[in-house]
Design a protein around this ligand. Sequence first.
Ligand SMILES: NC(=O)c1ccc[n+]([C@@H]2O[C@H](COP(=O)([O-])OP(=O)(O)OC[C@H]3O[C@@H](n4cnc5c(N)ncnc54)[C@H](O)[C@@H]3O)[C@@H](O)[C@H]2O)c1
Length: 264
Amino acid sequence: MELELKGKVAIVTGGGWGMGKATVSGFANEGVRVVIVDFDEGRGNAALKEMKEKGGEVLFAKVDVANWEMVKQAVATTLERFGQIDILVNNAGAWQTEFFVKQKREDWFFQVDVCFYGTLNFIKAVIDHMISRKTGSIINVASDAARIGEPNQPIYSGAKGAVVAFSKALAKEVGTHGIRVNVVCPSLTVGERRSEMVEKMKQENPEKYAEYEDQMKKALRLYPLRKFGRPEDVANMIIFLASDLRAGHITGQTISINGGYCMV
Ligand SMILES: NC(=O)c1ccc[n+]([C@@H]2O[C@H](COP(=O)([O-])OP(=O)(O)OC[C@H]3O[C@@H](n4cnc5c(N)ncnc54)[C@H](O)[C@@H]3O)[C@@H](O)[C@H]2O)c1
């Protein structure tokens, strides 16, 4: 499907791994020039090398999305190098898996900082530029946790819920400037993080691994398609939403890519 994305410029946060990396790869295949933002240098550089080997025009910026100064610098570098920013994907996320009653107050902040303030930071840093060019597509990655609330992930659910509500408000504010703002909500998606974690568990703690496998089998029953997501499933929707040609009338929407896990 022609998407008319060739030559556009995208920033993808958390682009070193998982859905972020799959999105970078999908954009590179479409001829989009991409800035991979990640705070992990190893992951960022590995993704950069992989994309370059495939012929992609990509940069890596080592940035913590929660750090406003680093975010401003990354946007300035992107504009210096590529001259424009057409697409922003706020994908970096952070969570703690623990019941609210057991979480300490100190545990809240990094989740809100990365999921919500990280998203605000990048949007604040690019929005005047997008307004001046009267074009832009912003895609924020939230979670089904934002839509239904996940026990064990209460702060994360709240921070991602804030991303959903904020995105709708912003879509209403900036639509007249030709800027679209949408949200994608994955459910359980198996990327490098989970694969590494499971492999380690298998090697180091076979008993815990057997318990985990059992839990996953039970969890799978909640997915009508009887499969968990792949990073590419989410990336495909992000890339579609980035296209003015194909998604030019879509803004303020929250779309789940979840094998039917929740239907709201
Ligand atoms: N994987 C899932 O099951 C799942 C489900 C629902 C929602 N999500 C959301 O989807 C998004 C992507 O998830 P994933 O599983 O692909 O993630 P991941 O953990 O595999 O990769 C995230 C990448 O973001 C980077 N990152 C983390 N914090 C950062 C920060 N502060 N600044 C810059 N980079 C940072 C990491 O280094 C990593 O490369 C996240 O927002 C996550 O909350 C994931």
